[in-house]
Structure formats: structure tokens, C-alpha cells
Design a binder for this molecule. Structure first.
Ligand code: 13P
Length: 254
């Protein structure tokens, strides 16, 4: 298996004012600082990107945005461009299921965002995952494959190798009901890496980091990280907890 650097990213979603964000970072900074064998990324809301980035200066902890538009600039009221994100962040979450389901984001929009991120040297964390209905109907494999290949269409293998995929089954997000490590491994290994190998070659498929997301907590994280194809986690609720999030990071350290 290729050596892939584990990555744990905290998606704060729509939580934290600037002051609250400063407190949270302050409370976990020492515990997050010295885990060089795991890449650590904090994804605050847009308004807290600058203060969080400033607090992380001089550390090797990275910053990610939760979304962005694909255009450079223009008449897109309320949107944030890749150039603006790249001022503060190294990563950007793209195609989160909440964006897809609550804000009408389509596969085509996700693809434009992935391309835009790479053009601006931002590493996209591309989210894919099936709903409960799709899972019950036996469509997990087809849905994940379609979302994945649509998002990456038109990329070169060397571009694909740089990005990060997050498998986030919608039914596991915010429910406290995580997938089992074996289920997550099955989808990530047999669906996601298999599709990547088919479309971009086996070497690329082995180079891409694939995270699991959906009710990852300090008590269940190690089970996911023990799986051969899971390279880390995209953490929601537990990333707002200054004790749990560093504990998840430590669980990812080999
Ligand atoms: P939870 O960890 O709260 O289930 O959220 C997962 C998620 O959506 C991260 O992007």
C-alpha cells in the first residue's frame, strides 16, 4: 500500500463567532500542535477564517474553507471566490451533502469548484455519500461512484493524486450513528478506490487520500483508522470539542 499521510479535518459548519472561534482554537492549540505525523485542518466559517489563520501562523496546522464559488470574481452576491479563500486557506471542502441537499449543489457545480480549487492551489476535500433511502434501495455503490466520477471529470491523474475524498454517508452525519469501520472500508476500498483506479490508473488510486466522515468521535475513531483504505476523518460535531478533536487526531497517528 502507498504511504499516505493521515489527515483529520474539523468541519465546524455554521458554528462559532470570531470570539468563540478564538476560544476554541486557544483551547486545543497545544494538544494539536505536536502531532506532525497527521495533517490537521480546521475549517471554520468564512468570517472566522482570517482570525483562525492568524492564530495558526507558525504552526503546521492548516486552514480550510467549507465552500466557495468557482468564479474568480463578479456579480455573485453572497459568494466567496477561490482567490479569496486562498488568501487564508490551503484546503476547501467541496460538495458536502448539506450543500447538495439544502442548497441545491449539483454534480456539475461540484466539478467546477474542484477545478477552480486546483487552479488556485487549494486542495479540495471532495465529499460523496448516499442518503438513507439510497442505501436502503441498494444504490450506495452507484450513487457514490457517480458523484465521485462527476466531480473529477476532466482532471489529469496527477491532479487527482493531490486531492482528498471524503466518504460521508448522509445517514451517519450528525446522527450519532456512524457507519461501521468495515462498511466504510468496503465503500472506500471497493467503490471509491476501484473507481479511481479505473478512471485514473491504479497508482493514482493508491495515492489519493480518502477520509471517512459521519459521527466520528474520540471513542470510535481508531476503528476507522485501522482500516487499510481509510486515511483519516472529516469530523463535524466532535471538531467543536477541544478535548475530543485532538484525541481523534492522536488516534490517526500511526
Ligand atoms: P458529524 O461528525 O457531526 O456527524 O458531521 C460529519 C460531517 O458532516 C463532516 O463534514
Amino acid at each position: 500500500m502507498a504511504q499516505r499521510m493521515p489527515l483529520v479535518a474539523g468541519n465546524w459548519k455554521m458554528h462559532k463567532t470570531v470570539e468563540e472561534a478564538r476560544h476554541l482554537v486557544w483551547d486545543m492549540l497545544d494538544a494539536l500542535r505536536d502531532v506532525p505525523e497527521v495533517e490537521r485542518v480546521l475549517c471554520p466559517p468564512f468570517t472566522a477564517l482570517l482570525p483562525v489563520a492568524q492564530m495558526l501562523l507558525g504552526t503546521d496546522i492548516k486552514v480550510g474553507a467549507q465552500n466557495m464559488h468557482w468564479e474568480e470574481e463578479g456579480p455573485y452576491t453572497g459568494e466567496i471566490s477561490p482567490r479569496m479563500v486562498a488568501e487564508f486557506a490551503q484546503f476547501v471542502i467541496v460538495g458536502h451533502s448539506e450543500r447538495r441537499m439544502l442548497f441545491g449543489e449539483t454534480d456539475a457545480m461540484v466539478r467546477r469548484k474542484v477545478h477552480a480549487a486546483l487552479r488556485h492551489d487549494l486542495i479540495p476535500i471532495v465529499c460523496v455519500g448516499e442518503t438513507l433511502e439510497q442505501r436502503r434501495a441498494g444504490q450506495t455503490e452507484a450513487v457514490v461512484r457517480k458523484q465521485l466520477l462527476a466531480a473529477l471529470e476532466g482532471l489529469q491523474p496527477e491532479q487527482v493524486a493531490r486531492l482528498v475524498i471524503a466518504y460521508e454517508p448522509v445517514w451517519a452525519i450528525g446522527t450519532g450513528e456512524a457507519a461501521t469501520p468495515e462498511e466504510a472500508q468496503r465503500v472506500i476500498g471497493q467503490v471509491i478506490r476501484a473507481a479511481l483506479a479505473e478512471a485514473f490508473g491504479p497508482e493514482t488510486a493508491q495515492a489519493v487520500r480518502v477520509l471517512y466522515g459521519g459521527s466520528v468521535k474520540a471513542h470510535n475513531a481508531a476503528g476507522f483508522f485501522a482500516q487499510p483504505d481509510i486515511d483519516g476523518a472529516l469530523v463535524g460535531g466532535a471538531s467543536l470539542d477541544p478535548v475530543q478533536f485532538p484525541a481523534i487526531v492522536r488516534a490517526a497517528a500511526r
